[in-house]
Each structure stands twice: as structure tokens, then as C-alpha cells.
Write a protein that binds this ligand. Structure first.
Ligand SMILES: [Zn+2]
Length: 83
């Protein structure tokens, strides 16, 4: 699992490095596989770009690192503070 993630990240990196206009769409697609932070609480509705986001400071539960796609599947939306 971890090696798959690393290869996805590396592929994304090279797509960005080539930086042709056609690669911009690839870059946007890769962005959905980025890791985000969620507070593992029932009342929590957002996912975060940064672990240090002040929206996470109030979290009394475990802070989990999951992919953005997983967060979306859990019904989370982007935090308005760190996005
Ligand atoms: Zn946030």
C-alpha cells in the first residue's frame, strides 16, 4: 500500500516537472490522491490540508491521515480554513 502511494506521488511529481499544458489536467487528477487529515469524531464534517490547521486543534479524538478520495467517500468536505 505504501509503495503504491509513493509511486503515485512520484508519477505526479514527474507530470508536474514536465509542465506541459496537457499535464495540468493530470496534476488536478493526482491532487485527489493526496493525503488529508481528519478528526475521528462523529461531529466532524471536514478534512484538512494541514495537520496544524486550527480547525483540527479542537479535535478531542484521534487525528487520522487518509487520502482525499477516502475523506470524500466519508462525506467530509474541504475545511474552509486550510483550503
Ligand atoms: Zn483545516
Amino acid at each position: 500500500m505504501k509503495s503504491i502511494l509513493i509511486s503515485i506521488l512520484l508519477t505526479g511529481f514527474f507530470a508536474i516537472a514536465q509542465n506541459n499544458s496537457a499535464d495540468i489536467q493530470i496534476k488536478v487528477k493526482r491532487a485527489t490522491t493526496q493525503m488529508v487529515y481528519v478528526c475521528d469524531s462523529k461531529g466532524s464534517v471536514a478534512y484538512h490540508n494541514s495537520k496544524n490547521c486550527r480547525g483540527l486543534q479542537a479535535c478531542k479524538h484521534e487525528i487520522k491521515t487518509i487520502s482525499e478520495a477516502e475523506a470524500t467517500q466519508l462525506g467530509r468536505r474541504r475545511c474552509q480554513i486550510c483550503y
